[in-house]
Design a protein around this ligand. Structure first.
Ligand SMILES: Cc1cc2nc3c(=O)[nH]c(=O)nc-3n(C[C@H](O)[C@H](O)[C@H](O)COP(=O)(O)OP(=O)(O)OC[C@H]3O[C@@H](n4cnc5c(N)ncnc54)[C@H](O)[C@@H]3O)c2cc1C
Length: 436
């Protein structure tokens, strides 16, 4: 028997469990350990609440979770309740799939002012992550500034711009729906350091921005390169830029519409305000011949009552695990950290790619484990973990428990929503009940 512990129940964790199951069949026991009582990582707490079809991928993981050889062990934080050293004593292989849940700091003066949030916090707030449910962002000002040129920036802009009716069918949590319903935002500015040809935004998400009931996306036509240059782009980028060209065309919008302004070649240099953010000072950039961003020295200020930075994430270190502070993730070579210790997903590669990008990671690590551990292991596995956690008074949440929480969330849904999420750990634990 090979005993494998996977730390993290997001996509990378489940794809790893699936791959190990395929590789070793009933000759492996796989424990998927998560710090939360609920599984699925960013599928639950990152993917936008109005993108339910994407969240549905988690149904696929259920088959893995419910198989005899795999077990979900929720409510257990590695590095706190149990160390990686202890897990390495108990399991033949330990795979870190802990993602990259910490915001990369903006790193400019004023970035700690009230009203400035990272996207992990803001997205976690509207998605009901227990760490951020109490965020209470200030939404009483007219101007919001979003820093970043990727899909997370678009998610945040769309969520801020939608009317209450447009959240029908979403699982946005009640506290966020209520707060957003009463916000005063009239203008959302998206700051991008480079130009329209360099965005990491995808056509679907840009297209959605053009279909909002009360918001008008706007691009300055002067920022767009000549249309002939679009031929050099790959098809996806070309479609994305086509949306930007639509946003640059003159169009009428209702006087009370929320403007979503794309400000290209713009880099924030500081945030100013008396106790809370009031404006962002931005520097115009240009691109060098080699494509690198050059500051021009021209600065201007834009009003900002709320600033959300969507510039990337870091993996928090875990005591005893080699860490690459520069890259903000575990130090690894092709997923190998140390004998018996591996990393997958965002904890291995950094915060890029879609849910599916994490799948090959799982298969890679299963191959590594097969090569590094050709014969059955000698460790105790889950029996040893259970004994340790019981001794420490740590209450485990099983997959059956999660199914109870899931059913309670579905039962609590407001009209037109698939669920009302619990946003506090205690409420999640209280909602557990046996599922028959
Ligand atoms: C805002 C946002 C929107 C996104 N939207 C999309 C989208 O629409 N479509 C798409 O394809 N991709 C989307 N992505 C990307 C996708 O979510 C990621 O590719 C994927 O979730 C990364 O998987 P992961 O398993 O590495 O990390 P995660 O999904 O973050 O999972 C990590 C898990 O580890 C657990 N954990 C962390 N530390 C510990 C610890 N010490 N002990 C125990 N458990 C721990 C966490 O609780 C979590 O469950 C989005 C990402 C973000 C941030």
């Amino acid at each position: 028997m090979r005993h494998i512990a996977v730390i993290g129940s997001g996509p990378a964790g489940y794809y790893t469990a699936e791959a190990c199951q395929k590789a070793f069949g009933d000759q492996a026991r796989i424990d998927i350990i998560d710090r939360l009582p609920v599984p699925y990582g960013l599928i639950r707490s990152g993917v936008a609440p109005d993108h339910q079809s994407i969240k549905a991928v988690s149904r696929r993981y259920e088959a893995t979770a419910l198989s005899d050889t795999v077990r979900f062990v929720g409510n257990v934080t590695v590095g706190e309740h149990v160390s990686t050293g202890e897990l390495l004593q108990l399991y033949d292989a330990v795979v870190l799939a802990t993602g990259a849940p910490a915001d990369k700091p903006l790193g400019i003066p004023g970035d700690a002012l009230s009203g400035v949030h990272g996207s992990a916090a803001f997205v976690g707030w509207y998605n009901g992550h227990p760490d951020f449910a109490g965020l209470a962002p200030r939404l009483d000002g007219a101007d919001a500034v979003i820093v970043g040129a990727g899909n997370v920036a678009l998610d945040v802009a769309r969520i801020l711009a939608k009317s209450a009716d447009e959240f029908h069918g979403s699982d946005i949590v009640g506290h966020a729906l209520e707060a957003l319903g009463g916000h005063a935002i009239r203008r959302i500015t998206i700051l991008a350091r480079r130009g329209p040809h360099h965005i990491a935004m995808t056509p679907k998400e840009l297209g959605e921005l053009g279909c909002l009931a009360r918001a008008t996306p706007r691009v300055d036509a002067d920022d767009l390169p000549p249309i002939e240059a679009d031929a050099e782009l790959d098809p996806g980028q070309r479609k994305a830029v086509a949306h930007l060209r639509e946003f640059a065309a003159p169009h009428e919008s209702a006087p009370d519409a929320i403007a979503i302004d794309f400000d290209f070649f713009a880099s924030p240099v500081r945030i100013e305000g008396d106790g809370r953010c009031e404006r962002v000072v931005v520097e115009r950039t240009r691109l060098d011949a080699d494509g690198s961003v050059v500051a021009t020295g021209d600065t201007y200020a834009i009003p900002a009552d709320l600033v959300i930075s969507c510039i990337g994430y870091r993996t928090p270190p875990i005591p005893g695990v080699p860490y690459d502070a520069k890259l903000g993730r575990f130090a690894n070579e092709d997923g190998r950290i140390a004998p018996g210790l591996y990393a997958v997903g965002w904890a291995r590669r950094g915060p890029t790619g879609t849910i599916g990008t994490n799948r090959p990671d799982g298969f890679l690590i299963a191959e590594h484990i097969a090569a590094d551990l050709p014969d059955a292991g000698t460790k105790q596995g889950r029996t040893g973990l259970d004994a340790l956690l019981t001794e420490r008074g740590v209450e485990i949440v099983t997959f059956r428990d999660w199914q109870g929480i899931d059913q309670a969330e579905i039962a609590n849904a407001r009209a037109g929503s698939p669920r009302e999420k619990f946003t506090r750990i205690e409420a999640m634990l209280a909602a557990r009940k046996a599922v028959t």
